[in-house]
Design a binder for this molecule. Structure first.
Ligand code: FAD
Length: 496
């Protein structure tokens, strides 16, 4: 073996770094492998962590919350993705989890956002990040979206602080190291076969893969080209490296949204969405686990984010499908809206608004939007909207069934009306980001891949709290929860 450690972690994003910190805190040696430079989708994310039950920030902001209210609301989102006992534990430990993140150096703030948004501006770091307000009959709503404090998309701060903590804990990170195969010994996972880059190909690969991830995320064609060049370097210059794990291996290599074949196989209805991830989200982590007997589940669950807000006035509109019938409450979280559009309306939907709403929404744009939201908002209120003096006229312009629209609209608003195209594949409405939610089935008490001794999984490589449906912050919260769980338990393995 070329490298040896007690615990080997494949993938250095939120789940991997949390697993690494916990395992190292338990006093065992930890090596993390990352095909690129680390950070993954986590470092590009909004850095929102879903947490409640009385976090320090909620208390300071005067937000009333309880673990029970959090549990009852999340049950409506999580369904049977994890057992009720696991969800209860997730909620009971939530405030402590956020405090643990703060202990690692991740900054949060008690600045409560006064309006409904998909992502607050740089003034606010605590907000209603799900559908809590719409589902208030289930539990009193509370703001639980804790955005790491940092301007723009604050996932970079979130990951950087955790990576600094891992470094302080003595975690060794091998970047530009691609995990290709698991090594088995006596029916248990005992290590990872990799390909590693050294010298100038390593340096070039680092640059190419950085830009393939971002701006590649927003310009997928360029992203794919840069990634193809990076992958060619891996094929040509990658050298074999065997990494032995005395106690076990944790797979935390993200999801599969960038694997076209897997997407075609498991979630064909979501083709045409904007893959929300890095080229590393190619399903390899999940395949590694499956190659040694791991089972997968919830692979057809994809979160499609069709946000209506900001500007917040738009949630006063009515969402309708091509038949003019209602899609769902426009105040719901963007992923719930996206799901309803794709699953129940063939991907086509419009938002019915009147001129008062349009005026109010326009006035909100400068205050409520960040740069990446501003363009979409302006587009929707401009080119992406058709207007008519009557419901029949606007329906005809949009290609929506007029009788259905009349029925649904009832006494809504006052003429003239507009229909804003918010269809899944609508160019005018902007792309619909998509994120895969399924993965390897793990023991919910330990994070071990069911039936595979020595192998653990966490984050988007595994089934977790957000595998049924996602609200903002629930993926990172699950990565922290499942990553820490895997790290704590793999460190206790007696090993081989
Ligand atoms: C723009 C954007 C905004 C988002 N905002 C939020 C948000 O605010 N809140 C939230 O909860 N979620 C958000 N998400 C989703 C969330 O970021 C991800 O679901 C989450 O970060 C996944 O974490 P992970 O640890 O599972 O994987 P990642 O963070 O993607 O890490 C996986 C790592 O594994 C590495 N890897 C992959 N294959 C291999 C291999 N074969 N060998 C070695 N290494 C490998 C990758 O290079 C990567 O570094 C957002 C996502 C995006 C893209």
């Amino acid at each position: 073996m070329d490298v040896e450690a007690d615990v080997v972690i494949v993938g250095y994003g939120a789940a991997g770094v949390c697993a690494a910190i916990e395992a190292a805190s338990a006093g065992v040696s930890v090596v993390v492998l990352d095909r690129f430079a680390g950070g993954g989708a986590t470092a590009m994310s909004g850095g929102v962590v879903y947490a409640g039950g009385g976090t320090r920030q909620q208390v300071a902001a005067g937000v009333t919350d309880s673990t029970d209210a959090m549990f009852r609301y999340l049950l409506t989102e999580v369904g049977s993705a994890v057992s009720k006992e696991t969800l209860r534990r997730f909620c009971d430990d939530s405030a402590k989890m956020l405090a643990w993140l703060e202990d690692q150096g991740v900054p949060f703030e008690a600045s409560l956002c006064p309006y409904k948004t998909s992502y607050p501006s740089n003034k606010y770091y605590l907000y209603h990040s799900g559908s809590e307000i719409v589902r208030s009959e289930v539990a009193p709503p509370a703001a639980r979206g804790h955005r790491a404090k940092g301007t723009g998309t604050s996932g970079k701060v979130f990951f950087a602080r955790l990576a600094e903590s891992a470094r302080r804990h003595g975690v060794r990170v091998l970047t530009q190291t691609d995990a290709r195969e698991l090594i088995m010994s006596d029916d248990r996972v005992a290590g990872v076969r990799c390909r590693v880059l050294r010298g100038w190909p390593r340096a070039v690969h680092r640059v190419l893969s950085r830009y393939a991830a971002k701006p590649g995320l927003y310009v997928p064609k360029i992203g794919r080209k840069l990634h193809a060049m990076a992958a060619a370097l891996e094929r040509r210059f990658g050298r074999p490296l065997e990494v032995r794990a005395r106690r076990g291996v944790v797979i935390s290599a993200g999801g599969f949204v960038n694997n076209r074949e897997m997407m075609r196989l498991y979630a064909p209805g979501y083709r045409g969405g904007l893959p929300l991830g890095t080229p590393g989200d190619d399903g390899r982590g999940i395949e590694l686990g499956a190659s040694v007997g791991g089972r997968v589940a919830r692979m057809d669950n994809v979160s499609a984010w069709r946000f209506i807000t900001p500007p917040s006035a738009l949630q006063k509109g009515i969402l309708v499908g091509a038949n003019g019938r209602g899609v769902c409450d426009a105040r719901l979280y963007g992923a719930a809206i996206g799901d309803a559009i794709v699953r129940d309306h063939g991907g086509r939907a419009w938002l019915l608004v009147d001129d008062d709403i349009v005026r109010e929404a326009r006035a909100q744009i400068p205050v409520e939007t960040l740069w990446f939201q501003r363009l979409t908002a302006l587009n929707r209120l401009g080119r992406g909207r058709v207007r008519g003096a009557t419901l029949d006229e606007v329906a005809a312009r949009a290609g929506v069934d007029a009788a259905g629209l009349r029925d649904t609209a009832g006494s809504f608003g006052k003429p003239p009306y507009s229909l804003i195209d918010v269809s899944f594949r609508s160019r005018k409405a902007g792309p619909t980001p998509i994120l895969t939610l399924g993965g390897l089935v793990v023991d919910e008490d330990t994070g071990q891949v069911v039936g595979v001794p020595g192998l653990y999984a966490a984050g988007r490589s595994a089934v977790g709290v957000c595998s049924e449906s996602y609200v903002s912050g629930l993926s990172l919260a699950d990565c922290v929860f499942s990553g820490r769980r895997a790290g704590q338990h793999v460190a206790k393995e007696s090993g081989c």
